[in-house]
Design a protein around this ligand. Sequence first.
Ligand code: FNR
Length: 378
Amino acid sequence: MPVITNIEDLRVLAQKRVPRMFYDYADSGSWTESTYRANSDDFAPIKFRQRVAVNMENRTLQTTMVGEPVTMPVALAPTGLTGMQHADGEILAARAAEKFGVPFTLSTMSICSIEDIAAHTTKPFWFQMYVLKDRNFIVRLIERAKAANCSALVLTLDLQVLGQRHKDIKNGLSAPPRLTLPNILNMMTKPRWCLGMLGTKRRHFGNIVGHAESVTDMSSLSSWTAQQFDPALSWNDVEWIKKLWGGKLIIKGIMDAEDARLAVDSGADALIVSNHGGRQLDGAPSSISMLPIIKDAVGDRIEIHMDSGIRSGQDALKAIALGAKGVYIGRAFLYGLGALGEQGVTKCLELIHREMDITMAFCGHTDIKNVDRNILLS
Ligand code: FNR
């Protein structure tokens, strides 16, 4: 077992352990992957102000995200098909997040269902929803999320159309996935990761099967999903979903100051500055470069969250300094999951916590709630 000291170590281990088509699915961006790369690269030029001779004892990263206490301002991002990185991946990640005291967000496109997660956790988790054409299905999903005691709804708006990922197409895994028998047989060489996909029907896109009448197998699921993302969605739909849900609402996929103002007008509790981890519009700017622009546009009128490109506690701290109340990690936790299952997700969270804590101290702060742009060189 190699010594794991950073997220990159988890990535390398995951790459060795997870079947290639599944690893590529997580670790790729759309088209030329320029936005995917920029998401991480654009953190590097942001420099910290180092301070000395400041009392750095008794530090805390505890704060809140949409009013919920968190041990650090980091949530697990919704990632579809998480169970492809490790059998029962969603359950293992949710458990690790719960034990660590950070939010877990279950994707609509998860393999384990809302009910699976509820059965294996004790605290409320968050549910991410896509706006699908079948509005009755949305109503049912919201009812299920409420019944499972989900404490926030993350509404993703940046998937009206799908960004194309070359690697997935070449591997025979498109978005939505078109799983063919040869693909499944290839997976069988590493059975541990197959279980999530090949288990009971309940574990095949647990949120959808049984609730979309036309879906009886993977291929009908593929065509159903392709037709379901709604290219016509509007802010009126957001208003409708907000009323239906009635709880904490987080709008995901904001990359423009005007859209951020519209998110404020929608009455949402938070918005996420996110380009979907570089998986949608290639050629869009990095999320971290848009964060200060969006913060300047909306100020404190809405809680701002951010994701895309975070691979360390230092990245997370830079985002907090630039105005995010909290951040989400996608691939960072998927690498941990693929590398070492639940233990790997915990390791990922520990690494990020430690990096954020020590860097905050170097910048002369002891409480994350007091961190602002002053810890950065302008
Ligand atoms: C995602 N993302 C995503 N977002 C969402 O709202 N619903 C989803 O089902 C998915 N699915 C998904 C799958 C995979 C494999 C990845 C990597 C990402 C986007 C995700 O929530 C988040 O925005 C990005 O992952 C953040 O970027 P990083 O941290 O992965 O760089």
